[in-house]
Design a protein around this ligand. Sequence first.
Ligand code: C5P
Length: 219
Amino acid sequence: SPIPVIAIDGPSGAGKGTLSRLVANRLGYHLLDSGALYRLTALAAMNAGVDLDNPDAVAAVARHLAVRFDAAGEDTRILLHEQDVSREIRTEAVSMNASRVAAYPPVREALLQRQRDFRQAPGLVADGRDMGTTVFPDAGVKIFLTASPEARAERRYLQLLEKGEKVDMDALVADIRERDKRDSERAVSPLKPADDAHLVDSTELTIEQVLERILSYTR
Ligand code: C5P
């Protein structure tokens, strides 16, 4: 039988990253942070001075990304050309450009096989927007994790504060809405639940409660 995949999709800030890591740890599965690949593509293109309005030029960057996910205890260090860019790929500028280049079909195509290569025994937790719909349509468990835009902005706010970054709450909510709109309305792989996905709204739930719910679907 094929190697099991748990697909966890949804908008940013719904808690996918945290939950995916917890589920992967609990089950001893590998983890794919597909958003990081789009972020790395955006950052590499920015660093190389590539025109971000040119889908084919950005796709060439995506095809040749020299990335390494280096498991370092709790966290995973993300290396681009052997440089640690774990923090840099989370800045607002890179977030915006990641969602911009993620709308380009040739960029998505360039990253498709790279994502599928993460499917290794004993199993994979895949975190993204189109894990259950496009990348792993045969995933045994599909979760669509959401939360209200306000709850997501607040979590992001706390994350940024923790990192010592100054943030404007109104700007954050506006950014989240803009990214959601672009992710949901794009022609290729828009952000939407797979027909066979379990919908989980984390707005009123603790991380533990969401974790238990997701694990219950895997049993
Ligand atoms: O999940 P994360 O916020 O890191 O993703 C960054 C951006 O990459 C998203 O805003 C989205 O536009 C894009 N993305 C995507 N498909 C995925 C994962 C991320 O289009 N599977």
